[in-house]
Design a protein around this ligand. Structure first.
Ligand SMILES: NC(=O)c1ccc[n+]([C@@H]2O[C@H](COP(=O)([O-])OP(=O)(O)OC[C@H]3O[C@@H](n4cnc5c(N)ncnc54)[C@H](OP(=O)(O)O)[C@@H]3O)[C@@H](O)[C@H]2O)c1
Length: 284
């Protein structure tokens, strides 16, 4: 399959590059495929004529979205509509990556695909609008995931390790529950999803649940590090964007569709630590 990937420099796009080895992947630079420019979207999609377009590009800085809502709307929502139109014209499958932050976090049990959404942040609202835009393409798969990280890229995992290496004391919130998900696990699941013809809306995060503080503790234990780490509450660590207190995604639909390749978050973490570099395509 010929696969066009937006946001090619991001952590999930890089995981796709390292795991979708039997397929032709095209990851244009942002100067070539700029999500804020509808002409560049139309031009690149018409040139590449992909079987699948995976939209990994997004304005992912959750707090910055609060102060730059217009840019968040443009990249996370409006651009997805342009992608949907371009994919429709090529009869391509549009894979849109969405987020657990479409939920408000008041649930006490994992969210199912059909549960009502109610985002509490600009990021969550614009990503939800992105879901609606993606659904305008007749061939679409919307994969909601959560707490992405891997050994590469800007993410919580690397931030924790860098801070600990500097000997800084770390206070990490212990009242937000979710499922850390390695980009490589999601990339493999997306490949299986494409090969098995999944469509519509599907939750795709690692199994199990934890808090950011417990996740940090698990990272340090697995790395044999013992930094000065203490828990705090969300109130004690105020941020511009309000995050859901509980955003675990139910995986029953995914298991029913099969194959379910999502490991537990602990197993995924062990893999990232034991094999930080995948033997994928070489870096370019
Ligand atoms: N990270 C998470 O915890 C998480 C959780 C749930 C869902 N998701 C979703 O998963 C997807 C992949 O996220 P990720 O973690 O891989 O994010 P990421 O590492 O931040 O990658 C996103 C990429 O999009 C690029 N981008 C921004 N504006 C663009 C534009 N105008 N044109 C083209 N590219 C542009 C970014 O470039 P710059 O860095 O130069 O801005 C970045 O390389 C996103 O849809 C995100 O919303 C992420």
């Amino acid at each position: 399959m010929r696969v066009l990937v937006t946001g090619g420099a991001g952590q999930l796009a890089q995981a796709l590059r390292k795991t979708w080895l039997g397929h032709e992947l095209i990851l244009p630079e942002e100067s070539v495929l700029d999500l804020s420019d509808p002409d560049s979207i139309r031009r690149v999609v018409a040139q590449v004529r992909p079987d699948i377009l995976i939209n990994c590009g997004a304005f992912t800085q959750v707090d910055r979205c609060e102060s730059e809502p217009e840019l968040a709307v443009l990249i996370n929502a409006t651009a997805v509509g342009w992608l949907a139109e371009a994919c429709e014209a090529q009869r391509a499958l549009l894979v849109q990556i969405s987020t657990d932050y479409v939920f408000d976090g008041t649930s006490r049990k994992p969210y199912r695909e059909e549960d009502p959404t109610n985002p509490t942040s600009v990021y969550g609202r614009t990503k939800l609008e992105g879901e609606y835009q993606a659904a305008r393409c007749s061939r679409h798969l919307i994969a909601r995931t959560s707490w992405l990280y891997d050994a590469w890229g800007k993410n919580f995992f690397n931030t924790m390790l860098a801070a600990a290496a500097q000997g800084r004391p770390l206070r990490v919130v212990d009242d937000q529950w979710g499922a850390p998900t390695s980009c490589r696990a999601l990339a493999r699941q997306l490949l299986a999803a494409a090969e098995h013809g999944w469509h519509g809306l599907v939750h795709a995060s690692c199994a199990g649940e934890t808090t950011w503080h417990e996740f940090a503790k698990a990272i340090f234990e697995a790395k044999g590090m013992a930094p000065d780490l203490s828990p705090c509450t969300s109130d004690g660590y105020p941020t511009p964007a309000r995050r859901p207190a509980y955003s675990v995604l139910d995986g029953a639909k995914r298991r029913k569709l099969g194959p379910d390749l999502m490991p537990t978050w602990m197993d995924a973490l062990r893999e990232v630590i034991d094999a930080p570099e995948l033997d994928g395509r070489p870096d370019v």
